[in-house]
Write a protein that binds this ligand. Sequence first.
Ligand SMILES: [Zn+2]
Ligand SMILES: [Zn+2]
Length: 154
Amino acid sequence: MLKEMDIGETLKDAGRRPTPQRVMILSAIRGSGGHVTAEEILRKVRKEYTFIDIATIYRTLQLFKRLGLVSEIDLKQGSTRYEIAEKEKHHHLVCSGCGKSFYLDHKRFIEPLRLALLNDFGFEADLEHFAVSGLCSQCRASGKTSSNDSKGGR
Ligand SMILES: [Zn+2]
Ligand SMILES: [Zn+2]
């Protein structure tokens, strides 16, 4: 886990001032060890920094995204979640039967797809961080069907 000082350095390297809000927001995401919503970040940061508001959180998250510090994902649970961007890309399989999510390795599963799209279509696909929805093996075994009927509708 990054210490607060390292977070400050990361921001400085990116040419941004490590203001207390920025450091706290980044460390709240880092500390969660996973994917958090803006509301969860707000609740965490507010414990120390009572006058911060959700608009500041969103603005800071957009900044972090542009700087490549944080990546955004829609895990099909209603709200966008944020995660510290890692050098090794990853994705998720999300079960629409039980809500469980599984880690999907980029190199093994997605990189071949990216290369195939580039070769066959000359298309540079944006495959940063995403979720594939479907049914997990347990749900399939117990005969559940997808509760998510809407096909690709947002
Ligand atoms: Zn992720
Ligand atoms: Zn399932």
